[in-house]
Design a protein. Sequence first.
Length: 121
Amino acid sequence: MKLELVAVPVTDVDRAKSFYVEQVGFHADHDQQVNDQLRFVQLTPPGSACSIVMGTGITEMAPGSQKGLQVVVEDVETVRQELNSRGVETGEVEVHPWGSFIYFTDPDGNTWSVQQIPPRS
C-alpha cells in the first residue's frame, strides 16, 4: 500500500491553491470543476509521490484542522530561505537528534513541518 493523497481542508480554494503553488512551490496537477458541488484540486510537493487535494465537496474536515503534515528535504536551511523569500513565514531551523525542522502554516491554519533527516551512520 502507498499513501498517495491527503485532503487539506480550506475555506478559499483559489487562495489556497495560489499559496501552495506560488509560495510553497507545489506542482498543480489537476483543477477540475466536476459539478456545482465538487471541485477537485490536486497539488504535489516537488519530488513527492504523495499529493494533497483540496476543493469543494472534498472533505468534511473543518478548514485549518489538518495539523502536522510533514515533508522531508535534503537541506532545510535552503528551503527555509526559499519559503521566506516567497512570503511564507517560518521560524529558525530547530535542530534535534532526529532531524532539523522548520514549520509553516497555510492561510487557513493547516500546519506543516519540513524535516531534514540527519545523516545515517
